[in-house]
Each structure stands twice: as structure tokens, then as C-alpha cells.
Ligand binder design. Structure first.
Ligand SMILES: *Cc1c(COP(=O)(O)O)cnc(C)c1O
Length: 385
């Protein structure tokens, strides 16, 4: 079974008393555990952390120390990594449609690896980063992903050879293919299908004189979630088997985001309003849809609320603190009855949460503290109360 970072009730109380709420608590140990889990179950695969999932510098620093590489999508992400001293060889600029400022940042910092899925992008790259190493992103259909990225990205496999040929004519280093099966993909089938499709393209390309040497299998690896059975080890085992079958001699990359950071952060939030409206129970929290819970909108995520209570559950509406009517988190969410000032722990809150939070309406983003830096002090406080 995968280990998951989840604070105890005494720790939640002590942390809230010391640091206030809302509060995000990051476990660097869990980041390391997740990275090592992936590295063990997909041995030999080069891991590029997709930093859009959570760009916190402590996460980047932990992963950098473990030897990870990084997947970026913008000038901001490239410059942030450069500033942290991450070598450009460890970075892939994996946005199939890049901005002028992103390409300028790549040139300035020495980032040389890119992905693309269209003809127009080839000319942009050939001009801005001549001779750059490029992977063609191919479209893979996967109705089982929570977030389907293939509606926006990926060339149709029928178009692959034409695009690879143009990229070669434009002087780019045509190195291979990449795909993304969609985020929170809960079975290996989509990966295995994609690997078979990519094998066909590799073989067809070989007949045209290409020597494709890299396959990037993207992200999408799942974390445990409400109502979803996830067996990441079994899933990665199936992917490993398919890789050995289809790509025994190819350099393989993966771009996990959620899997690395999702289970490594806990949110502590507090009940700041309790109301009955039209026979419905409402609870207002000090963290909302414009903050950490932005994942409800952008990531279609259903968050677990740990209340540390055992009373029979009632359906309730949960709202955030802003004055916007959109700021409703859950309707008819089953919960033990809550009272003013109750603390709620939200585990597995690390991916597509704080990364997309805003300061709308003047609510600051929840601060993020590192568990391993405070836990001895918190253990003392928790024992004292
Ligand atoms: C978002 C993204 C990822 C990470 O996806 P997860 O589902 O979080 O693992 C990887 N690669 C690319 C190109 C992405 O856009």
C-alpha cells in the first residue's frame, strides 16, 4: 500500500493554534517517497516533474536533490528553475504551443528540449532555438481520465510522419514522441494503447530514415481519491511490461505532476459561519474556491474533508469566505454536524490547488509550511494540551 501524508488531530490543533488558518502543510518526506515509488516501479525511466501541478520551491529543491528533471510550460517556470540553479539539460519545455517570451527564456537559459504538435510550431522553434531537440506530441484518446488533455493537444497519428519530416527539414533534432493520457488516469489501458500506437509511428518513421530515440509517456499517474480505487503499483507494473515489449531500447521519460505532489500537502481550514437556509445546512470555511479549493473548478477534484467527528452524517453545503456567489465548494456533501471554529483537515491537497489559487477579494493565499521543519515542536505542543 502507498503511504500517504495525513496529519493527526492533535497535530492539526497544534498547527492551527500556532500558525492560524487556512494553512497548508507540505511533507518533503512524502515528496521523496512518491518520487522513489515511481522510480522503483518504473525503473530506468527519466522522471520530469511537471511543475505546473505545484511549483513550490521546497518541492523543486527536494526533487532536484533526488536527481529529478523538470517539465515546464512557460517563461516563468523556466526562469524560476534557472534561478534555483537547475541545469538546462534537466528541463523539457513541454508546452506544444509556446510563447515568444517562453522561447526567449529557453534560449537565454540554454533549455534545448521541446515538444510540439503542429506545423506552425516547427517554424517558431526552428527560428528561436535552431537545432533544438524536439518530441512530437501525439493524441491519445482516453475517456477514463479525470482531466482529458487530448481535446486540446496532440497531433493525430496519421499526421505524425508529415510533421516529423517538416521538423527534420527545418534543421531540428527530431528525437521522438510524447503523449499525455490525461490526468488522474486510473488504469494502465490508455498507456498501453498509446505505447502500441507510438511503436507503429516509430516503425513507420524508421522506414523514412528517422532514428527516433526518446519516448515521453507524460503524466497522468493517479493518487487515491474519493470513490476511486487506485492501485498505482499494479498500474505501473503493466506500463513497465508494455514498455519492455514495445520499447526495450528506447530512452523513456515520464512527466508526473499530481503523483509527486498530490499526497504531500494537507490543508487545515476552519468553520467561520454556520447557517440554516431553506432547511439546508450551510458551513462557511476560511478557505474557498478562489484559494486552495480552486482545484474543484480547474481540476474537477472532489476533496475529502476530515472532521475528526463520528456523529451520523448530514448533507450540507460548504462555502468559501469570499463575497462571490460562485464560491460554493460542495452541495449535499455528507458530513458530521459541525460547529463554529471547528477545524477541518483536507488531505491530499498538493496538486492543482495552491498552484491555481488567487488573491481574489483580498484573501491571501494560504501559507505553506514544511512539516518536517515544525513537527518536533508541534509534537511537544500537542502533548502539552
Ligand atoms: C499537466 C501536464 C503533466 C502532468 O500531469 P499529471 O496528470 O499531473 O501527472 C505532464 N505533462 C504535460 C505536458 C502536462 O501538461
Amino acid at each position: 500500500m502507498q503511504k500517504i501524508f495525513k496529519l493527526s488531530q492533535p497535530a492539526v490543533e497544534a498547527l492551527a493554534a500556532k500558525y492560524g488558518t487556512p494553512l497548508l502543510v507540505l511533507s518533503r518526506d512524502q515528496i521523496r517517497y512518491n518520487y522513489n515509488f515511481l522510480a522503483e516501479h518504473l525503473p530506468g525511466v527519466h522522471i520530469y516533474y511537471a511543475m505546473k501541478a505545484n511549483p513550490d520551491p521546497r518541492i523543486i529543491d527536494e526533487l532536484a536533490g533526488l536527481g529529478a528533471c523538470f517539465d515546464v510550460a512557460s517563461d516563468g517556470e523556466i526562469l524560476a528553475l534557472a534561478q534555483m540553479g537547475i541545469a538546462p539539460e534537466r528541463i523539457v519545455y513541454a508546452n506544444p504551443v509556446k510563447t515568444a517570451s517562453g522561447l526567449a527564456a529557453a534560449r537565454q537559459t540554454g533549455v534545448r528540449k521541446f515538444t510540439f504538435d503542429s506545423e506552425s510550431e516547427i517554424y517558431k522553434m526552428a527560428k528561436a532555438v535552431p537545432g533544438g531537440t524536439v518530441l512530437l506530441r501525439v493524441r491519445v484518446d482516453n475517456p477514463h481520465a479525470l482531466v482529458d488533455l487530448n481535446k486540446k493537444f496532440g497531433a493525430h497519428p496519421d499526421e505524425a510522419l508529415r510533421l516529423l519530416t517538416i521538423a527534420r527539414e527545418q534543421g531540428l533534432d527530431v528525437a521522438g514522441l510524447c503523449f499525455h493520457v490525461g490526468s488522474q488516469s486510473t488504469d494502465a489501458g490508455a498507456y498501453v494503447d498509446a505505447l502500441a500506437a507510438c511503436r507503429r509511428i516509430f516503425d513507420a518513421a524508421a522506414k523514412e530514415g528517422f532514428n527516433l530515440r526518446i519516448l515521453d509517456i507524460g503524466g497522468g499517474f493517479p493518487i487515491p481519491a474519493i470513490g476511486m480505487k487506485v492501485d498505482a503499483a499494479a498500474m505501473m507494473g503493466q506500463i513497465r511490461t508494455a514498455l519492455a515489449q514495445y520499447f526495450p531500447n528506447t530512452e523513456i521519460w515520464a512527466e508526473p505532476g499530481r503523483f509527486i505532489c498530490g499526497t504531500a500537502v494537507n490543508l487545515i481550514t476552519r468553520v467561520i459561519g454556520v447557517q440554516q437556509r431553506n432547511g439546508q445546512q450551510w458551513y462557511f470555511l476560511d478557505e474557498g474556491l478562489y484559494g486552495t479549493f480552486s482545484g474543484i473548478i480547474f481540476d474537477h477534484w472532489d476533496f475529502e474533508l476530515e472532521t475528526f467527528k463520528s456523529e451520523p452524517k448530514i448533507p450540507a453545503t460548504f462555502a468559501g469566505p469570499s463575497c462571490d456567489s460562485l464560491d460554493v465548494l460542495f452541495r449535499d456533501k455528507l458530513t458530521p454536524p459541525l460547529a463554529m471554529d471547528d477545524l477541518i483537515l483536507v488531505p491530499s491537497c498538493g496538486s492543482y490547488t495552491s498552484a491555481s489559487a488567487t488573491v481574489f477579494n483580498g484573501f491571501a493565499k494560504a501559507p505553506i509550511i514544511v512539516w518536517e521543519e515544525v513537527k518536533s515542536e508541534i509534537a511537544n505542543l500537542a502533548n502539552a494540551c
